[in-house]
Design a binder for this molecule. Structure first.
Ligand code: PMP
Length: 404
């Protein structure tokens, strides 16, 4: 069992007041809060060993390089990648997906097919549409049902000899659905297609094992898992990363440069042009240490309890509908109240110190599917409490009474 009160002490921001009310932070799917242990690592970096990495002979550069590469190894171990150079530092999930989509420009041909799920974040739709425009490949959509689950029979029917790539999120940010990614990966591999899984929402809740999954690419963002913004990683199987051309050119990613021809550095540097977010990468490693010190199984069990409690309590409110009722889901609740605009509910909740997200959550196709402009989304982290759920429920009731 988690000692939530002890954990909460690690997060200074949770002591804040907002609009003269204690902050109730329920926007964790957008970004999670940062524990003191990670803040200390960031401060230590800038106070003690801020230097550019990989090319300095001096002491500080070596120290920063060692810590950065240690962080890469921690991330490798966490996701069980076979090799540390299969872990590419990025600025986040969006960057990782664009890197792969750009690389596939030279591997796809006209009329090749690429499959996307109906419940993707825009960052796992738009780069592939751009790829399809560049190459003449055809983008096909794996549909979902009312519960917010992928219709797997249709997925299997869509797969064929022309399918070259499948991309899908592990967990939907708008609905919380946990998708059957192992089935997706294995079925795609049966027809010779590669698979990219967007793990941005899964990584804070589930410890993915990229070798057991046999996934070709897996992307995450540190800021959703107690780390800083502006850093993430792309895991890619070595054979795929070797096939893809570099995404950006610049320093760090070269073996030799002449005006006639440049040769590229080995992995992972081939994909890491320019000075990276050094402090961010090191802090990402510290965030993983922090989460692992609590334990992902404990985190999942506690969050599941919160989800169950919050779902029951919210459903007791008249006219409230939850979107995303999949059997397998994480601690995200997207809802609306009949006759009320989600933005109005969010604004009233904010006045009560409750932070939720309202809108389309960068997943407009899902909103179109349900024929709604958006939802109110409460997303829970392991530092949230049942008491905070009660504050949310009271707040929603109050908003309903004011707005109807
Ligand atoms: N995919 C999903 C499922 C997400 O929830 C997010 C962040 N909301 C992203 C991708 C994009 O992540 P980032 O903005 O950190 O690049």
């Amino acid at each position: 069992m988690l000692d939530v009160q002890k954990i909460r002490k690690d997060f200074p921001i949770l002591n804040r007041e907002v609009n003269s009310k204690p902050l109730v932070y329920l926007d964790n799917a957008a970004t999670s809060q940062t524990p003191q242990q990670v803040i200390d690592v960031i401060v230590d970096y800038y106070q003690n060993y801020n230097a550019n990495i990989h090319r300095g002979v001096h002491f500080l550069s070596q120290e920063a390089t060692d810590k950065y590469e240690q962080a890469r190894q921690k991330i490798q171990k966490h996701f069980n990648a076979e090799k540390s150079h299969e872990i590419i530092f990025t600025s986040g999930t969006t960057h990782g997906i664009n890197l792969v989509a750009n690389g596939f420009s030279s591997l796809l041909q006209k009329d090749d097919e690429i499959l996307v799920s109906a419940m993707e974040h825009h960052s796992n739709i738009v780069p592939w549409q751009m790829l399809a425009e560049r190459t003449g490949a055809v983008l096909k959509v794996i549909p979902m049902n009312e519960e917010g689950e992928l219709i797997m029979d249709v997925f299997h029917d869509l797969l064929g000899a022309k399918t070259k790539l499948v991309f899908c999120n592990h967990i939907s940010n708008a609905l919380g659905t946990i998708n059957p990614i192992k089935e997706i990966i294995d079925s795609a591999h049966n027809v010779g297609a590669a698979v990219l899984i967007d793990g941005a929402q899964a990584a804070p809740h589930i410890q993915a094992d990229v070798q057991a999954l046999d996934v070709d690419f897996y992307t995450v963002s540190a800021h959703k898992m107690c780390g800083p913004t502006g850093v993430g990683v792309l895991y890619g199987k070595e054979e795929w990363l070797n096939k893809l051309p570099p995404y950006q050119g610049g320093g760090e990613m070269i073996a030799e440069v002449t005006f006639e021809k440049t040769t590229y550095a080995d992995l992972p540097h081939k994909f890491e042009a320019g000075t990276p977010n050094i402090c961010g990468g090191i802090a990402f490693g510290a965030a993983l240490d922090y989460m692992n010190s609590i334990g992902f199984q404990k985190i999942a069990a506690y969050e599941h309890e919160l989800l169950k409690y919050a779902t029951e309590q919210l459903l007791s409110i008249e006219g409230l509908r939850i979107y995303g009722t999949a059997q397998e889901k994480t601690s995200v609740i997207s809802f609306n109240i009949e006759g009320v605009h989600p933005y109005d509910i969010g604004t009233i909740l904010d006045k009560l110190g409750i932070a939720v997200r309202t809108g389309h959550h960068c997943a407009q196709p899902i909103m179109d599917f349900y024929k709604i402009p958006g939802t109110v989304r409460a997303s829970f982290c392991f530092y949230n409490t049942k008491e905070e759920v009660d504050v949310l429920v009271e707040g929603v009731k109050r908003a309903r009474n004011m707005l109807l």
